[in-house]
Design a protein. Structure first.
Lengths: 150, 150
């Protein structure tokens, strides 16, 4: 079950709260292909009505590894490790990861990871279409005067 | 200065470590437009060689607010609050945020936020082009047998 609560919505935004990182294990979902229960994962695209990326918060229990390698067709993935430590593998390259590690993987990269620590690994994955970003940050943004409502 | 260290790289990935969330304030950069020093922010696109999103880790000190409202031309933004609490505003809608809040803002949304808590607010922003994601998650990914190197 998805424990996210919607907190605000208008034509220009959708906001939810998924709870604290320690509560991530309360989120479960049924894997759409193999129909198995997945614990400690929440996908944000549908609940925030995003159209440019699929973001997920994920939990990997202590001393466990992802059960399979995978690749993508169109999408680049960026993994951000918030808690825990272990190893990440892309193709034949295997390297240690810990809090603050950020791994950008091209679609064809064959990837897997494991948590060798005594605590749950918590990580975020951002999936976006490779080569889709045309302009960014100050080139795409603009300041504007507006009234604060707080 | 950017304290990120590259930890691994191949044709299919680039991995860095930016340090723990508590060390985020060690990251500084010069704002490309107004040339002012920005403390506690690190952009990931260039250092991870990403092409589908610009991701940043950000710090907002206790009892402070962003100094201006802004909007975007092409890009959707998703804000993820990891620590701290306060308020977020999109156009005329103002709502409370805390750990676990996720806010997706359309390009035209005029946005600002403040941290009303006694600790630093830490948040991640993902910038990606609106309507750029064509397929995602299990529709875009595929399992593959591969040898673990750990």
């Amino acid at each position: 079950m998805n424990k996210a609560n919607q907190i605000s919505k208008s034509k220009n935004h959708t906001a939810v709260n998924i709870g604290s990182l320690e509560q991530l294990a309360d989120h479960t979902l049924i894997h759409p292909v193999n129909k198995q229960l997945v614990v400690g994962k929440v996908f944000l695209k549908d609940i925030t009505e995003a159209t440019g990326s699929e973001i997920s918060f994920n939990t990997l229990p202590p001393k466990t590894e992802l059960s399979y390698f995978h690749f993508h067709e169109q999408n680049e993935e960026t993994y951000m490790i918030l808690k825990g430590s272990g190893d990440f593998q892309v193709d034949d390259d295997c390297f240690p990861i810990s809090e603050g590690s950020v791994i950008r993987v091209a679609p064809k990269g064959i990837r897997c990871m494991r948590n060798t620590s005594e605590k749950a690994m918590i990580y975020i994955v951002v999936q976006s279409k490779e080569d889709s970003l045309q302009q960014y940050t100050t080139n795409d943004g603009g300041k504007i005067d507006y009234e604060r409502k707080w």
